[in-house]
Design a protein. Structure first.
Length: 290
């Protein structure tokens, strides 16, 4: 862990359904092999392989900078996407509490937020999430791509068990917080079969999620290089399939539509609301593919 100082906390983005992002850490010990944020590590002259999961930058002045930005008269309380380039509830958050303190600042500044995480630690902050929900609005998106244990073990080596994440969703919903699940991403050949998708959607429904959304994996820049090296090393027989599917950044539209159609049918079967149908502000805030 390396402490750094930041000049800004709120980052303006373009081409997304939100204008601002917040990321108190960079790099992530979850080490998910498909993570789109791996490519961002190159901005710090670090690689997208081991250093992404082993060298974590901690923005020690993050909350103070954020508070100054929220206090500006020019701040219009736009929706903020929290955790787009790193998980705000990876284990080190238990020590620094940057995420918790940032949510408190957003609540004081009446700024709505959508937060994505794979960390069950989010339940620790039910109180401040409730405060933010009351003052401005917030949605928590728990990332659970699959409940299949074999796929989870190989794809997400540093994450909590999928059912532990779903239990966190249940606790948040029971606390009155708008919380749901992103099956993001569904990885071809690992978590894309109908049986695995249905098991995941059933488990999501059983745990009371308010909504569910899905995305199919995409590969770009450093993430592509890392993922293909990992496939070569661990699953070499799958390399030709991934080369065909990922001749470009995204798999073919026909494949993506097939997966999403399957998910829609299963959502209806298990009575789950689609993410885009929820009423909460910013429910599409953490879209990573479409």
């Amino acid at each position: 862990y390396q402490e750094v100082t930041c000049r800004s906390a709120l980052n303006r983005v373009e081409g997304m359904p939100f204008e601002w992002t917040l990321n108190p850490y960079r790099g992530c010990t979850h080490g998910c092999h498909y993570c789109f944020a791996r490519r961002y590590h190159a901005q710090f002259e670090m690689n997208a392989d081991d250093e992404f999961a082993s060298m974590i930058l901690v923005k020690k002045n993050f909350v103070e900078v954020l508070q100054r930005e929220l206090d500006k008269t020019s701040w219009e309380r736009d929706h903020v996407a929290f955790g787009t380039a790193t998980d705000p509830y990876q284990p080190i958050e238990g020590h620094y509490k940057l995420t918790r303190r940032a949510i408190e600042a957003l609540a004081r500044g009446r700024t709505p937020m959508g937060l994505v995480t794979k960390g069950p630690m989010v339940v620790r902050d039910r109180d401040v999430l409730s405060d933010l929900a009351s003052s401005a609005g917030c949605t928590v998106y728990m990332s659970v791509p699959t409940v299949d244990e074999d796929a989870w073990r190989v794809l997400e080596p540093g994450t909590a068990h999928p059912l532990q994440r779903l239990r966190a969703v249940r606790e948040l919903v029971d606390a009155g917080i708008n919380a749901g699940v992103l099956m993001a991403p569904i990885v071809p050949g690992f978590s894309s079969s109908r049986t695995k998708v249905e098991s995941t959607i059933k488990a999501i429904a059983d745990h009371g999620a308010r909504f569910v959304g899905c995305n199919v994996m995409y590969l770009q820049d450093g993430t592509r290089t890392h993922f293909m090296k990992w496939i070569d090393r661990e699953f070499p027989s799958m390399r030709p399939r991934f080369e065909r599917l990922y001749a470009k950044k995204y798999p073919p539209d026909s494949y993506r539509k097939e997966i999403k159609a399957m998910v829609r049918v299963l959502q209806q079967r298990y009575g789950l609301t689609r993410r885009e149908e929820t009423e909460s502000t910013g429910t599409e805030a953490l879209r990573t593919v479409d």
